[in-house]
Design a binder for this molecule. Structure first.
Ligand code: ADP
Ligand code: ZN
Ligand code: ZN
Length: 819
């Protein structure tokens, strides 16, 4: 009987697609295997088998799969369930989830290949760019478009390709490219004819006239033990040449004489070295108590909050919990909000767990991520995975515990593209599918988590003492509005902050300066007429970056030359407004020329090694002053920081979002926690223009509970989480008038179903991104209302909208539980 498979394609399709299997080899195809399938006109994709069955689809003509890529599944049954949950809850497709979940090396990519037509004769002169492409193809007759683009440097290469195709100069075809290549090593062995003792003896004689070749052969004999009688050991060419101090030409001489032959051997990229592991630090009395309460709460509840002040030793408690899990033969997933943090935690975990620990994050080379994925499928997967949000997609055979460190961090939420998931919330669902537990840890819980913990949905454990009773830092507010008025500010610094920095440097202590804007000036303005340069694609003002002397848009990344004069009034005085981390770095270098200064923000940490270097230099005291965005606030543990400066608290407080207050508190409390860790009380200078704001005393007195209770009261009153679930409906279109009509129509349909739970449509704070206009409709649904019903209604409205001829070009997407 003919067999069929339903597959998930890496495309935002509402349903799975059915293909037929070839009669031959059909029995090998299992659920969770990858297959290559044709889709659309001449396109191929790597799809994942969701189901194998005997029902031919009736609605469309079924195509046959092209290739089966796996003999065993690369996705475990629980992962399918997890994908389904994600797609349902976050209102996206399983194709979206698939794209986010798999490292790209596991997804073959379809590539346009260009092939030179040897029979081509030009009937009219070629353009320079056409000639350039043909010249490249003359060197290598078949190449992919991306490579041609890179080598030629031609921007709109597709136009050139198209005209060459029209002229008959080239052929074009679609081909699948295998992006993951196993890493191989060149190894050496004796040829079959050389591999016997008699021949070897003869060789030793013959090579008397070629002493270097003889020495190389002797070294091979020594390394491989080939004359010892046992099976010879594997010898890599690189190592052999290195050990014998021989050149490749000497080696090639022996290959020509048919003594050596080489072969490729597949080796992994993952580090397998086992370092000496150390035993755990014993927990102090408070930590022991917390440990006991956590394990106790896990008897009745799936999730537990560990609310511990900064430096209370939460990480030590995690380590003990992990140890216990491993003892029970279970796996642990340890989530961190940011790559910057993995370096320090990796060190601490490696010391205890050695090679049982695997690290997974997006700055890793893709091939390495593929190998980790494959390792986790095997029986010998890592017992602990430390990673950022995407590691929730890894296969686990026997997950027992998920730890979400710094659970309040908004980097756990993926903004764009879909799936717009929250890794903390998704992880608790994943854990429950495995029958595993989730521990959320932080010094400043999110309002939602606090609510869940205090109402008994989650277990709730507190650690109120810092380890070794290190004091909490002293926080000193400084009214910069007043200082500005009196002209006492030195650029962005108050006299008090400058004094403290100087004292710290004198005593060989370190300083962290926190400013939540990167770049040099968040805004440039014409002094004469007030003109502000804006992005042509997005509705935002541009940030000036001095290092590259350009204006950039932080939404779409587009860069612009700085104009010499104002295009509105031709005035030549363009002034910088506000200050970003880059400007602070500049100013601090002028004030403290003797200090060594580093900056940590998105611009200085594009690569993984850049992060590691900034952190290592600071840890080792090579840097005196570290300037950074929120990246410096997240759980980094430094020993010699005595002063922290918060340069401008107001930008955080005034952000137009219902979470601004909560987030401002968390950021200030977290960054203050970096001060004074080991031997003395640290000092924090909190500069603000709104000295009377109620958040200031809350931060100073470390009064988290007052902050959270105030927020909860407000959220209840104004129908926000955790009492109501938010769904943002985004509508996008290139045409603004059309978009307005669409948004109105959709809001009306939604109101008919959801009543006054619908707000808007409104313009979001950034109402245009990458040439698309945006409108937002907000849906507030009672927390206990069934989400499945809401989802059904939303999708029905969306279908109705798109069926309307006028609204065909509408783009709709959802953000569930927006951050
Ligand atoms: P948190 O995660 O709560 O911020 P950490 O676990 O990073 O706190 O602990 C802060 C510092 O105190 C770290 O340097 C850590 O090594 C040390 N520390 C905490 N608890 C212990 C312990 N029980 N034994 C030894 N050192 C500890
Ligand atoms: Zn002007
Ligand atoms: Zn832009």
């Amino acid at each position: 009987m003919k067999k069929y498979v339903d597959v998930i394609l890496p495309l935002p399709l509402p349903k799975s697609f059915t293909y037929s299997l070839p009669d031959e080899g059909a029995e090998e195809v299992q659920i969770g295997c990858r297959v290559v399938v044709p889709f659309g006109r001449k396109k191929f994709y790597t799809a994942i088998v969701r189901n194998v069955h005997y029902c031919a689809p009736t609605a469309y003509e079924v195509k046959e799969i092209s290739t089966v890529l796996d003999t065993s599944p690369i996705l475990l049954p629980i992962q399918f369930r997890f994908w389904e949950w994600l797609a349902n809850y976050y209102l996206c497709t399983q194709g979206d989830v698939y794209k986010a979940a798999l490292p790209s090396g596991l997804k073959l990519e379809s590539e346009t290949m260009v092939e030179y037509n040897p029979d081509f004769e030009a009937d009219a002169p070629l353009t320079d760019r056409e000639q350039q492409i043909l010249d490249l193809l003359a060197q290598e007759p078949e190449q992919c478009v991306t490579k041609l683009e890179k080598e030629s440097g031609i921007k709109n290469i597709l136009n050139v390709i198209k005209s060459l195709l029209d002229r008959g100069a080239i052929f074009v075809k679609e081909e699948l490219r295998r992006t993951y290549k196993p890493k191989t090593e060149i190894r050496v062995r004796l040829t079959p004819s050389a591999a016997n003792e008699r021949r070897m003896r003869m060789l030793f004689d013959e090579l008397g006239r070629a002493p270097k070749q003889l020495a190389l052969l002797m070294k091979y004999v020594e390394l491989s033990g080939v004359l010892g009688g046992d099976t010879p050991k594997e010898v890599s060419k690189k190592e052999l040449l290195l050990r014998a101090d021989a050149s490749p030409s000497i080696f090639n001489g022996l290959v020509d004489k048919k003594v050596f032959e080489v072969y490729h051997y597949e080796i992994g990229r993952l580090m397998t070295q086992t370092n000496d592991v150390m035993s755990l630090h014993p927990l102090n009395e408070h930590q022991q108590q917390a440990y006991k309460e956590i394990t106790e709460s896990f008897r009745h509840k799936n999730v537990c909050l560990l609310h511990g002040v900064t430096s209370s030793g939460k990480t030590e408690v995690y380590i003990h919990l992990i140890e216990e899990m491993l003892r029970q033969g279970k796996q642990v997933l340890y989530l961190l909000p940011e790559i910057a943090l993995t370096t320090q935690i990796t060190e601490r975990l490696k010391r205890v767990f050695g090679s049982r620990l695997g690290i997974y994050h997006s700055k890793f080379p893709d091939a390495e991520r593929v190998e980790i994925w494959q390792k986790q499928l095997s029986e010998t997967g890592y017992d602990i995975i430390l990673g950022v949000r995407s590691s929730i997609f890894l296969p686990f055979r026997n997950l027992g515990l998920v730890i979400v460190d710094e659970e309040h961090e908004n980097t756990y939420k993926q903004q764009d593209p879909a799936p717009r998931y929250h890794a903390r919330n998704a992880a608790t669902v994943l854990a429950s599918m495995y029958g595993a537990k989730t521990l959320l840890g932080t010094a400043t819980p999110s309002v939602e988590t606090w609510h869940n913990a205090t109402t008994g949905k989650y277990g709730f454990v507190q650690l109120k003492e810092r380890y070794k009773e290190i004091q909490m830092p002293e926080i000193i507010p400084v009214d910069i509005k007043e200082l500005h008025r009196k002209k006492r500010m030195v650029g962005p610094f108050s006299p008090l902050l400058i004094q403290y920095i100087r004292e710290a440097l004198d005593q060989k202590e370190q300083v962290i300066l926190f400013q939540n804007r990167r770049g040099f000036a968040p805004m440039v303005e014409c002094r004469t007429c007030g003109w502000v340069p804006k992005c042509k694609n997005c509705d935002v003002s541009l940030t000036y970056h001095k290092g590259i002397n350009q204006l950039t848009c932080h939404y779409c990344g587009y860069t612009y030359q700085l104009p010499r004069s104002c295009p509105a009034c031709e005035g030549v005085e363009l002034v910088n407004r506000g200050f970003g981390t880059e400007k602070i770095e500049d100013d601090i270098k002028v004030l403290f020329p003797e200090a060594s200064v580093a900056r940590m923000d998105l611009d200085t940490t594009r690569t993984r090694s850049a992060y590691e270097k900034i952190i290592a230099d600071f840890e080792q005291g090579k840097t005196n002053i570290l300037i950074g965005t929120q990246m410096v606030s997240k759980g980094l543990d430094f020993d010699h920081v005595s002063v922290v400066g918060i340069l401008n608290a107001d930008t955080m407080m005034n952000y137009p979002d219902f979470r601004a207050y909560e987030r401002a508190y968390q950021l200030m409390a977290q960054v203050s926690g970096r001060a004074g860790r080991k031997n003395k009380q640290g000092r924090v200078v909190l500069q603000t223009k709104s000295i009377d704001h109620e958040i200031i005393p809350q931060v100073i007195n470390n009064n988290y509970e007052q902050m959270v209770n105030g927020q909860l009261a407000e959220r209840q009153m104004f129908h926000y989480p955790p009492y109501y679930r938010l769904v943002y409906v985004y509508l996008k279109n290139r045409n603004e008038t059309l978009l307005d009509a669409m948004a109105e129509a959709m809001a009306e349909k939604l109101r008919a179903l959801f009543g006054n739970r619908v707000l808007g449509p409104d313009k979001p704070p950034v109402a245009r991104v990458q040439t698309l206009f945006i409108k937002k409709i907000v849906l507030k649904i009672e927390y206990n209302a069934p989400m499945s019903r809401a989802r059904e209604l939303l999708l029905r409205v969306q279908r109705e909208m798109i069926e309307d001829e006028r609204f065909k070009s509408l783009i709709v997407y959802y953000d569930v539980d927006p951050m």
